[in-house]
Design a binder for this molecule. Structure first.
Ligand code: MLT
Length: 219
């Protein structure tokens, strides 16, 4: 990873939820890969809010799940949140060695791309996908990010993502709904979360990793 500037994307739902948590006034968020690690943090500091999912469902003993609607201002304002999810927070763990890490979703695609461009180092977009498989909604989001990059910086993979975005940008929400993860969430009664995540450039918040490993709003 070296000096690269990395944006991690998990539009359904981890990076959408992480962006929303900071939008709603949390001081900082930490992503962690395992439930044990999350519970350990909470034992060390009981004021932390523990959130996340396994199999898309809230974890017993946690304060909140992985729905952006779980994190209203009344809960998170002025507080720190730990989130652990099946794919998104694992993808963040995998880019630990990068010089700069930010989180992107459809909600903040253009602001996230601009923050990444300011870093002046080689840019990389990492799509979390779903258990090792490509996720359509993450590819569309990557395309929305790449749409803000100068074309000379595009790899063939970047061009593929941009082509997918470009062909669907006029009906992006409908296109996201067709993804297999969206379909799964819809059939589990989470249509509201999918509709929320399928809106483009609605937030100027970009979670950026600080020197302590926590993510802060636009650091
Ligand atoms: C994940 O990280 O796997 C997702 O955010 C799953 C979900 O929709 O909760």
């Amino acid at each position: 990873m070296g000096n690269r500037s990395v944006l991690v994307i998990d539009t359904l739902r981890a990076t959408t939820t992480l962006t929303t948590i900071l939008d709603r006034g949390a001081t900082k968020v930490l992503t962690c890969a395992s439930l044990d690690e999350a519970f350990l943090y909470k034992r060390q500091d009981p004021t932390l809010i523990l959130g996340g999912e396994r199999h898309n469902q809230p974890v017993p003993g946690f304060d909140a799940g992985n729905s952006p609607f779980d994190y209203q201002s009344q809960l998170v304002e002025g507080r720190a949140v730990i989130l652990t999810t099946t794919n998104g927070t694992q993808a963040v763990a995998r880019v630990n060695g990068a010089g700069w890490v930010g989180l992107a979703c459809l909600l903040n695609a253009a602001p996230a791309a601009r923050r990444q461009q300011e870093q002046k180092s080689e840019g990389l977009v990492v799509c979390a996908g779903t258990v090792g498989q490509v996720s359509w909604e993450d590819v569309l989001t990557a395309g929305a990010v790449i749409n803000e990059w100068p074309e000379r910086a595009w790899t063939d993979a970047a061009r593929l993502a941009w082509t997918a975005f470009s062909a669907n940008q006029t009906h992006i929400a409908q296109s996201i709904m067709q993804s297999s993860h969206a379909q799964h969430l819809l059939s589990s009664g989470m249509a509201r979360d999918v509709a929320y995540a399928a809106r483009i450039n609605q937030s100027s918040t970009v979670p950026v990793r600080g020197t302590d490993g926590w993510f802060y709003r636009n650091t």
